[in-house]
Each structure stands twice: as C-alpha cells, then as structure tokens.
Write a protein that binds this ligand. Structure first.
Ligand SMILES: [Zn+2]
Length: 118
C-alpha cells in the first residue's frame, strides 16, 4: 500500500441479485431519521415490523429521530468539540469580526494608556 490508489473491481452480475428477492421478500418501507447534524438516514423496515423511535445516523453516528424538527440530543461524551467550535456555533462571522475589532481597539486603548506593553 504505497500508492494509495484503490483498484475498483467490476461488479459482475450485480444487477441480477435483485431477482432473487422477488416472491418471498416482505414488503418494505423506508423510514427517514434525522440527526442533530441534519443528516437523513433511511433504513428499510419490513411492513408491520416495530419501528424504533431512534436510529443511528450512518454518516456521523449520532442518534437520529423521526421528527426532523426535534432531533435527539447529542450524547455529551462521544462528540468532541473544541472551544472554537462552540464559539462558531454561537457567533456569526460578522459578530466575530465585531468582537475582534472591539478587542483590538480596547487593546490599543490600554496599550496607549500604558497598561499593556508589547
Ligand atoms: Zn448525522
């Protein structure tokens, strides 16, 4: 493994397998689950099967729920977020510029007053 280039195999007969499902397969339906990151996961369930309230998101692993507007809470322990991530969530880019500008002007004022010396 030095090149890092994967060689893709051809999918011989890939389309024929669907034929074997004809006849005895139970009718299925897809249920949409939504995680807190906005991903949609659509597992298929047999009609009449118990549909779980939550499903694990296949993209990020967060619990996903059926209500798009009310996704399950993030587990605190699994997802690491840096302080900067939290700041980005709370602040828009414009606000960040504003805050940075305020901080700089305050710093300049303090430096002019002799409180901060660089
Ligand atoms: Zn997700």
């Amino acid at each position: 493994m030095s090149s890092g280039i994967a060689i893709r195999g051809s999918r011989i007969g890939g389309s024929a397998s669907s034929e074997s499902e004809r006849g005895d397969a139970a009718p299925r339906m897809r249920i949409s689950y939504y995680c807190a990151n906005g991903h949609e996961t659509k597992p298929a369930f047999a009609v009449g099967a118990d549909i779980p309230e939550e499903w694990e998101c296949t993209k990020c692993g967060l619990p996903a729920g059926k209500d798009k507007q009310n996704t399950p809470a993030r587990p605190h322990t699994q997802v690491y977020k840096s302080h900067l991530d939290y700041v980005k969530e709370r602040r828009s880019a414009d606000e960040a510029k504003q805050i940075l500008g305020d901080a700089l002007s305050m710093l300049r004022a303090r430096r002019a007053a002799g409180e901060v010396i660089y």
